[in-house]
Design a protein around this ligand. Structure first.
Ligand SMILES: Nc1ncnc2c1ncn2[C@@H]1O[C@H](COP(=O)(O)OP(=O)(O)OP(=O)(O)O)[C@@H](O)[C@H]1O
Length: 210
C-alpha cells in the first residue's frame, strides 16, 4: 500500500472477523500503528494493510467494478453491507455473486420477477440469476450460438439452488405450450425432486449435496 499517513483509513487482517477497519495513528518506517474500530490498537507491517474507501456507500454497490478498491476486504465489506439489507446478489461486471441466505426469499423468484427480467438490458435491474439466464437466452436466440452458464462455489454455497433458478427462467422463456394441463416449465421443474432423490446425499456442509 502506498502513501500511508496518520489519519489514513485502512483494513487490517483480524483472526476473529477476517478484516477490521481502523485509522493509522502512528507511522514508524514499515511498522504502522492502527486504532481499530473495535477499540483495539495493533502494529502491522505496511505491506499487510489495505486502504479503505471512506466514500464507499454504506449500503454497498450493486456492481463491484464500481468499488474504488477491488481487494479482499473491500469486496467482503460490500457483500456484507448488501447481505445485511437482504440483497444476496451482486455483480462484478457480468459475473453474478450469490451469497447463500439460508432462508426462503420467495418474493425474489415469482413470475412477476421473471416477467420484469424478460428482455431487460443486462445491468439495468438489480443483480439476479434471471438476468444471467435472460442474457444467455437472448444470445442463443439472436446469434444462434449455444450458450454456457458456469455456476461455481464450495459445497453448500447455493449452486444447485442457483441452477434451479436459471432452469426456472429458461423453462419460463422457452416452454409455454401446455401438455395435459401442465406447462413445459412445470414439467421440467417437477423432475428436479426425482433427480435429487436419486442423485443427492447429505454431507457435513449441505443436507442436499450433489
Ligand atoms: N437462493 C437461495 N435461497 C434460499 N435458500 C438457499 C439459496 N441458495 C442456497 N440455499 C440453501 O442452501 C442449501 C445448500 O444449497 P445448494 O444445495 O444449492 O448448495 P450447492 O452449492 O449445490 O452444494 P453441493 O456442492 O454440496 O451440492 C439449500 O438446500 C438451501 O437450503
Amino acid at each position: 500500500m502506498t502513501s500511508l499517513a496518520v489519519g489514513s483509513l485502512v483494513w487490517v487482517e483480524d483472526p476473529d472477523i477476517a478484516w477490521i477497519d481502523g485509522e493509522v495513528v502512528q507511522v514508524n518506517g514499515e511498522d504502522i500503528k492502527v486504532l481499530c474500530t473495535s477499540g483495539k490498537t495493533v502494529v502491522v507491517k505496511a505491506s499487510n494493510l489495505y486502504p479503505k474507501d471512506a466514500e464507499a456507500p454504506p449500503c454497498g454497490v450493486d456492481d463491484m467494478t464500481k468499488l474504488a478498491y477491488l481487494h479482499e476486504p473491500g469486496v467482503l465489506q460490500n457483500l456484507r453491507s448488501r447481505y445485511d439489507m437482504n440483497e444476496i446478489y451482486t455483480y462484478t461486471g457480468n459475473i453474478l455473486i450469490a451469497v447463500n441466505p439460508f432462508r426462503k426469499l420467495p418474493h425474489l423468484y415469482d413470475s412477476h420477477m421473471m416477467a420484469q427480467y424478460k428482455g431487460a438490458a443486462f445491468g439495468e435491474l438489480s443483480p439476479h440469476p434471471f438476468a444471467v439466464a435472460d442474457a444467455a437466452y437472448r444470445l442463443m436466440i439472436n446469434e444462434g450460438i449455444s450458450q454456457s452458464i458456469l455456476v461455481s462455489g464450495e459445497s453448500g454455497a447455493g449452486k444447485t439452488e442457483s441452477t434451479k433458478l436459471l432452469m426456472q427462467y429458461l423453462a419460463y422463456m422457452g416452454g409455454r405450450a401446455a401438455a395435459e394441463g401442465r406447462t413445459v416449465e412445470q414439467q421440467v421443474l417437477e423432475s428436479n425432486p426425482v433427480l435429487e432423490a436419486f442423485g443427492n446425499a447429505k454431507t457435513v456442509r449441505n443436507n442436499n449435496s450433489r
